[in-house]
Design a protein around this ligand. Structure first.
Ligand SMILES: CC/C=C/CC(=O)SCCNC(=O)CCNC(=O)[C@H](O)C(C)(C)COP(=O)(O)OP(=O)(O)OC[C@H]1O[C@@H](n2cnc3c(N)ncnc32)[C@H](O)[C@@H]1OP(=O)(O)O
Length: 279
């Protein structure tokens, strides 16, 4: 994927010069040191291999540019933050593809979870599974107050199992008992429930998600970077190391699990159900 620059928005000078790739729009504001990163993979921002790759490239570009200290993750697609991992990447393919895909999923989580940037999820749509995982890697989560915008790790509803590092990320956020129940039941929480269980930090009216994220960002950026980054690392490194130490084994586990006929069947059925839903 190539990083493309687009024209600055009117009257905003260089600091609003946007860049990004086909599926990840980046709206940087050098003056504030904050960039807004928008997923743009219609219709539901499913995390395809291309989107994962472009996401990693854009994140790395922002992390390497010392102008930026904070990134707000949000969606350019209406009603959906992200539908999670792209199911078409996990069924009907071959083991080599599953391995390549899973490596990219690991890579994105590793980079987000230990990022030195302040990451705030401005969740402006449905946020199941992999979309929920991305929001969990952030330092703070704001969810639009819309009963259609459910959030949670619902993998068991598809007949699959969230890997241990998805589980660890959820446990680090809402605790062990709440995670145990949420993961086994594949719970998708309403905004008020998500707030109550601690899955999100704030629920605000839909048209205030981005402005709220910007004001929360200002609060986080008022903390000296180095102290905040060392503290974040202290909180999260043990969790990250658990995957780093066994990345290849994790890939092999995923490939053998997802390749099972029974799993392939349930994924196909689930995709069919999604398509019938519209019929
Ligand atoms: C061990 C592996 C761990 C996995 C973690 C994962 O992330 S697995 C993925 C789990 N994701 C889900 O369960 C979410 C499924 N999608 C939905 O619930 C709805 O699509 C959603 C996000 C609520 C949006 O609903 P809406 O009514 O707006 O869209 P619709 O369902 O009609 O979908 C539009 C088209 O997108 C296709 N699609 C939806 N989700 C995915 C997906 N995750 N991967 C691939 N494709 C997806 C859907 O089939 C529709 O396709 P179309 O050809 O237009 O009919």
């Amino acid at each position: 994927a190539t990083i493309r620059r687009t024209e600055p928005t009117a009257g905003s000078g260089d600091s609003a010069r946007r860049f990004g790739t086909q599926r990840v729009l980046v709206e940087p504001d050098a003056a504030s040191g904050v960039a807004v990163m928008k997923f743009k993979n219609p219709p539901v921002n499913s995390l395809s291999l291309e989107l994962l790759t472009e996401f990693i490239i854009s994140l790395e570009k922002l992390e390497n540019d010392k102008t930026f200290r904070g990134v707000i993750l949000t969606s350019d697609c209406p009603r959906v933050f992200s539908a999670g991992l792209d199911l078409t990447e996990m069924c009907g393919k071959n083991p080599a593809h599953y391995a390549e895909y899973w490596k990219a999923v690991q890579e994105l989580w590793l980079r987000l979870y230990l990022s030195n940037l302040v990451l705030i999820a401005a969740i402006n749509g449905a946020c199941p599974a992999g979309g929920c995982l991305i929001s969990l890697t952030c330092d703070y989560r704001i969810l639009a107050d819309n009963p259609k915008y459910l959030i949670g790790l619902n993998e068991t509803l598809l007949g699959i199992v969230a890997p241990f590092w998805f589980k660890d990320t959820l446990v680090n956020t809402i605790g062990h008992r709440a995670s145990e129940q949420a993961l086994q039941l594949g719970l998708l929480f309403l905004p008020a429930e998500a707030l109550q269980v601690g899955l999100v930090d704030q629920v605000v009216p839909e048209d205030q998600v981005l402005s709220t994220a910007l004001s929360v960002m200002a609060r986080w950026m008022a903390i000296p970077d180095h102290a905040r980054q060392l503290t974040k690392n202290m909180m999260r490194k043990t969790t990250v190391d658990r995957l780093v130490k066994q990345r290849d084994a994790d890939i092999q586990n995923f490939v053998s699990f997802i390749s099972r006929d029974s799993i392939q069947k349930s994924l196909q059925m689930y995709l069919e159900k999604l398509k019938q839903k519209k019929g």
